[in-house]
Design a protein around this ligand. Sequence first.
Ligand SMILES: *Cc1c(COP(=O)(O)O)cnc(C)c1O
Length: 369
Amino acid sequence: MRTSIHRPSWIEVDLAAISYNLKTVMQALPQKTAVFGVIKANAYGHGVIAVAETLAPLVDGFCVSNIDEALELREAGFEQEILVLGVSAVSAIPLAIEKQIQLAVTSLEWVDLALESQADLSQLGVHLKLDTGMGRIGFRDSQSANQAITLLQEKGVTVEGIFTHFATADQKDEEQFHAQLARFKELLSKLKIQPRWIHASNSATSIWHSETVFNMVRLGDILYGLNPSGRELALPYPIQPALSLYSELVQVKTLPAGSSVGYGATYVTEQEEYVGTIPIGYADGVIRAMQGFQVLVDGQLCPIIGRVSMDQITLRLPKGYPIGTRVTLIGQDGNQTVSAQDWADKLGTINYEVVCLLSDRLPRKYKER
Ligand SMILES: *Cc1c(COP(=O)(O)O)cnc(C)c1O
């Protein structure tokens, strides 16, 4: 699908904010900590190539969620280490080797399938994933992990890293976090190798448990200027949101009292009202549950009235504005700000989901500063 560049709805990304956020987090970590930038899902909706270019001089590698995301980076010419965090299809191992993409090894069963595939594994680099309490992917015990290491090493595979992932590092209650940390240390002590990279920290762990880094961290959400805990934990330092979402009024009208607006006629004007339409809708990731949320026009909060359509949204305006007036759906206008976290609060979700859902129909523009 082609991006809709002739429509006045767009995402603006402040790349300088992303570098700033990275440097800010790293300053609070032990000096020799290495960092992999997590740029899965189109860099959390921010546009993966531009974000990768920004991060490239500052990071030791990248993490993505699947092989195709890694291939996109290789095809764009990035030569950094790349780790695929999810489980990869065994059939794609030759491609991973050819493009020097490191894979996560998460179970003995996967290792067996890799061996059965008869692929030449001798140039493959992997990170062993340990499940210390996330209950998702990874080895639960040191015996099976050691068995996997033996089988892989027999085939010439290089184990580049060992890692785990915390389920609750973004929460006030630290009980599970400490249990997982203890479990990771225990498993590490029983493994037969100590590879180059030992990593356990996502953004939340890097921010609120900065003493528990091993020798590398995997930073995602915080790079984009988002608080991974939502509003549960305060950040120890200020960060800068990188993404804004804008549109423009394409029509403004006055509707007499008693006029309905949108599908289902769910909104009826109480008096004569100014109604503005913007060309963005649920197909862009502004989902229907955003009805009633407020966005910024001329520095003032204006409610979304009526249902959100696939491609259009209607706003109640305090007065008439000309066609082309800017509408800020995420970002700052005057003294007012609407954040991805405000969307998440409205929708009962997390800021990650808000930015990831912004669709490819929206062009990503990059702010000069
Ligand atoms: C997505 C992901 C990360 C990054 O998480 P953030 O909370 O965005 O920093 C780190 N590790 C793994 C395994 C992930 O899947």
